[in-house]
Design a protein around this ligand. Structure first.
Ligand code: FAD
Length: 447
């Protein structure tokens, strides 16, 4: 790619894989160091009609960074924290900054950015914004979508816009901040982000570990917790297969528990009620010291990595159901396990109804079928085929189905219209997400 080199940018030629082994086979990788350099590359791609795919840290779980013959825009060098504003309560950053690093810097100043995808020690904030990632604190603090105030974006034409402004209350026009957040790199390249930040909580938090009899009882705990008006900071679940993976791969030394582990963090005044609920559902509960909590939080974050090391290849599901439907969702997942004679190890942000049943790949055709059936449980129960990992390639068909069933075809048409308006040559992370869902719908494949 001679002429791109003439632009004086750092490049390499290499193939990559994302975390779940989707192939990334670019014609060239470019490493921009500034917004001006991003503009140069995007303009070049636009003029030559070449596909271009932004890359944060490649921890995506849905094929969102996969490509054949694209220009891969690796954002790692654009990783500065530009401003921490402790009066207006925002932080302004470049997209390549690592999320854990950013939060360490914020915490030194008494603030934090709450969403914590379990990949926080690996992922870039640009990737987390593009995926509108969630995480373990999502039950209380939501996903990245709730924390982005403003974005600078290089559009697929090479023009630069800033959407939103660095304050919370702003009614000036359509909400483009939330359009670009979660757009999976299909509408432009994010080059600067203003995040809302908040002071570190001052209430005393209590961390609980509860060995549960089964996943059904865990769902029962979560429903009772909600009825009691308890809003936990964290309500996470891992089943016994995941405990075994953590013990085998990371020498975690956790006690095995047939019914899995519920990990909770609640405000001190909710402790007694929480213990009562856990007791009702036969949870065997202990209170963790701060040190033990740090260890369990870190093990929970590494659960998918441990499981992947056991499975070599796996599909990570990401369905959401209304919390009132959790027990029903768990029952239907069990029926699928029986039907396919497989065990799907479950990691769950169970507090907000977000379940990650993992499908370990042995028979790919069967895994594909099972993956679709799991997604359909969410659709049937009025939930979503993705709460936080996004759609990429893997879930486009299911997303199309969800939108058709819950919202109507017109909504998918509006989304496709937006893509065409912003990206008239169809070069920005093409062939995925809305574009793919629309194409499959047109081909009648969304049934
Ligand atoms: C072990 C593990 C645990 C995980 N746990 C969670 C979890 O708890 N919750 C959760 O939500 N996710 C989770 N994930 C998924 C994933 O880590 C997150 O979605 C993550 O935030 C993606 O960040 P990234 O930097 O790796 O992005 P990438 O994978 O590099 O990219 C993701 C998407 O963002 C786009 N993109 C990247 N940078 C830009 C940019 N500057 N401008 C425009 N588009 C861009 C890419 O094109 C792609 O579409 C997990 C992943 C792993 C491997």
């Amino acid at each position: 790619m001679e002429s791109l080199k003439d632009l004086g940018l750092e490049t390499s030629v290499e193939t990559r894989e994302d975390f779940v082994n989707f192939r990334v086979n670019p014609r060239v990788v470019v490493y921009p160091r500034s917004e001006e350099e991003v503009v140069k590359v995007v303009r070049y791609a636009y003029e030559n009609g070449l596909p271009i795919v932004p890359w944060g840290a490649g921890t995506s779980l849905t094929g969102a960074v996969s490509c054949e013959g694209c220009i891969l825009l690796d954002m790692r060098h654009m990783s500065s924290i530009l401003e921490i504003n402790d009066v207006d309560w925002f932080v302004r950053v470049q997209p390549g900054v690592n999320l854990e690093f950013l939060n360490r810097k914020l915490m030194e100043r008494g603030f934090f950015l709450p969403p914590d995808p379990a990949s926080f020690f690996l992922c870039s904030v640009g990737g987390a914004v593009a995926n509108s990632s969630g995480g373990m604190r999502g039950v209380k603090y939501g996903t990245f979508r709730d924390w982005v105030l403003s974005l600078r974006v290089v559009l697929p034409t090479g023009e630069v816009v800033q959407v939103g402004e660095p304050f919370r209350k702003n009614r000036a026009g359509y909400d483009l901040v939330h359009l670009f957040t979660g757009s999976e790199g299909t509408l432009g390249v994010v080059t600067e982000i203003w995040f809302r930040i908040i002071p570190l909580p001052k209430e005393k938090m209590i961390s609980l570990l509860s060995f549960m009899p089964d996943l059904d009882s865990t769902a029962g705990v979560i429903q009772d917790m909600r009825r009691a008006g308890i809003l936990p900071e964290i309500a996470e679940y891992i089943d016994n297969e995941v405990i075994v993976a953590l013990n085998t791969q990371l020498s975690a030394g956790l006690r095995e528990s047939r019914g899995g582990l519920l990990i909770l963090r609640v405000e001190e005044h909710d402790l007694e009620k929480m213990r009562e609920i856990l007791g009702k559902w036969h949870g065997e509960t202990s209170i963790l010291s701060d040190e033990e909590w740090e260890r369990i939080y870190s093990l929970r974050a590494q659960s998918a990595i441990a499981l992947k090391a056991m499975a070599k290849e796996m599909y990570v599901e990401d369905i959401v159901v209304p919390v009132s439907k959790l027990v029903e969702a768990v029952r239907r997942l069990k029926e699928l396990e029986e039907k396919y004679q497989v065990k799907m190890p479950v990691i769950a942000h169970i507090g907000d109804g977000n379940l990650h049943p993992n499908i370990l790949l042995k028979d790919r055709r069967m895994a594909d079928e099972l993956f679709e059936e799991v997604g359909k449980i969410a659709i049937d129960l009025g939930g979503s085929v993705s709460g936080e990992h996004g759609i990429g390639l893997q879930k486009a068909r299911l997303m199309g189905l969800q939108i058709q069933r819950h919202s109507g075809v017109k909504v998918l048409e509006i989304m496709k219209g937006i893509k065409d308006l912003v990206d008239p040559r169809g070069i920005m992370n093409p062939g995925k997400y809305v574009e793919l869902a629309y194409k499959l719908m047109k081909q009648g494949q969304n049934e």
